[in-house]
Design a protein around this ligand. Sequence first.
Ligand SMILES: Nc1ncnc2c1ncn2[C@@H]1O[C@H](COP(=O)(O)OP(=O)(O)OP(=O)(O)O)[C@@H](O)[C@H]1O
Length: 506
Amino acid sequence: MKLELRGITKTFGSLVANDHIDLTVEAGEIHCLLGENGAGKSTLMNVLYGLYQADGGEILLDDDVQHFAGPGDAMRAGIGMVHQHFMLIPVFTVAENVMLGHEPTKFGGRLDLAAARAKVTEISDRFGFDVDPDALVDDLPVGVQQRVEIIKALSRDAKVLVFDEPTAVLTPQETDELMAIMRQLKSSGTSIVFITHKLREVREVADRITVIRLGKVVGEADPRASNAELASLMVGRAVELTVQKEAPTLGEVGLSVSGLTVVDAIGQLVVNDVSFDVRRGEVLAIAGVQGNGQTELTEALLGLQDRVEGSIVLDGTELLGQSVRAVLESGVGFVPEDRKEDGLVGEFSIAENLMLDRADGAPFVKGGALQLSTLADFAREKVSEFDVRTPSIETPVGRLSGGNQQKVVLARELSRDLRLFVAAQPTRGVDVGSIEFIHKRVIETRDSGVPVIVVSTELDEVTALADRIMVMYRGRVVGIVPGDTSRDVLGLMMAGEAPQNEGVAA
Ligand SMILES: Nc1ncnc2c1ncn2[C@@H]1O[C@H](COP(=O)(O)OP(=O)(O)OP(=O)(O)O)[C@@H](O)[C@H]1O
C-alpha cells in the first residue's frame, strides 16, 4: 500500500514539532526516517497512527485521504506500529495477546483463541518467525516479543508498518534477524517506515531515506552514502564517528570488586563470583549479550540490589551495605540502563531533574530554601552544554524526545565531583552527533583521573571507549582483555568462550 503524508504540521504550544512534512512511501518499500534527537520523527509517526491530531496536512493511503480519530481508525485502514516498549501483556500467551489486539469483525465477532492460534502459526510459518502461539510472552526473549508485535499487526492486515527505533533493545544477532524480517515483509508488499539512529542498519535495508531536521524535511539521502555523509546530513555538520583519545594515564586502583555475587528476586544467581579492578584514569567496558548479569552488577555497585555478597571497595572504603544515597554521595555517578524507570521523574521539569540527587544541600538548597536562580542558571548552562533540545528548562522531562531525556541524565551525572562513573548503555536512543559528544565527555572524565565503567551491548561503543574490556556470560567473567581486542574474539567471548592468548581468563 502506498502511503503519502502531505504537509503534516503538528505543534505543541509554541513548538512546531512537524512543519509541513511531506513523505511518500511506496508499496513494498523500506523507507528510513533519519533525524537528530527531537527532529520530530516520533511525532510524525504518532500523527500517522492517529495518536496525535495534526494541525494541518493530509494522510493518504493508495491516493485516498484518511481521517484518523485514533489508533483504531489507523489500524482499520492498514497501519501497524511496532513500539519500542512493547504493548504486550506478559502473563498472557502469544495467541491471547494477538486475540486481544483484534477488534470485533463485521462477521464473526472477536477472533477466538483457536483462530488466533491458527493465525499466529500461519504468519509465523509464512515469514519463518519461529514463534510458539502457546508460549507465555514473559518467557520470550525481547527479539521474539518484538516478532509477536509484528504478528499482531499483520494479523490485522497491516499493509504499512512503522518501526520506531526497534533495534535499541535488541542484541546484534536479534538485530540481524529483524533486518531479515523487514526484507521479507517488503518482498510480500508491506511498506515499512523505519526509524533508527544506527547508520549501519540504514545502509543495510533502506530503499529510500528521508532526513528531518527541526521538524522539516531537509532532503533525501542515498542509501549508498557513507556513514559520514549520512551523519552530517542528519545533524547538519560533520561528525567525528570515532572517538579521538590518547593512551590512558593510569593512576592507582580506584575501584576494587572482589568475589561479587548477586542473587535476584527469584533466587537465581545472576552475578557469580565476579572480581575486577578499575584504575583511576581508566575505562573498563563491560560487554556481553543483554541479560548476562551486567545490569545486576552495576545495580549492585550502586546499592540497588539486596542479596549481594563479596566486596566493593572505592578509594579504600567498602560500599557494600551502604544505601544508594550514601553511595551517590560518596561521588559515584550513575547512568541507569532504563532512564524512564530509574533516571528521571517525567512530570518534573528539566531543572528539577538536574538537581534530583542534590535536593538537600548546596548549591541548590540553602537554609532550607531552594535557590531558584542558581538552579535556573545551572540548568540553562547544562541544557546548552549538552545540547538538550527543549523550549525551556521548565519543560517536564517526560515531554522531551527520547534522546534528549538521555542527555539530561548524562548532564546531571557528569556535573558532580566524581570518584567513580558507571554508565549503562550511555548512548541508547541518542543521535550520532550526541554520541560524539557523550563519548568525548566519557573520555574527559577518564582523563580527569576518574575510574569509569561503561556497560554496553554495542560493540562499536565498547571498542570506542574501552581501555580494557571485561566480557560477561551467564553471570561470570569470561575474561578481561585489552581495549583493542577484535570484534571476532569479543563475539566468541560473548558466547561464553574463554579468550585464547589475549588477556587473562578470570
Ligand atoms: N506530548 C508532547 N508535548 C510537548 N512537546 C512534545 C510532545 N511530544 C514531543 N514533543 C516535542 O516535539 C519535538 C519532537 O519530538 P519527537 O519525539 O518527535 O522527536 P524524535 O525525532 O522522535 O527524537 P528522538 O530521536 O530523540 O526520539 C521535541 O522537541 C519534543 O520535545
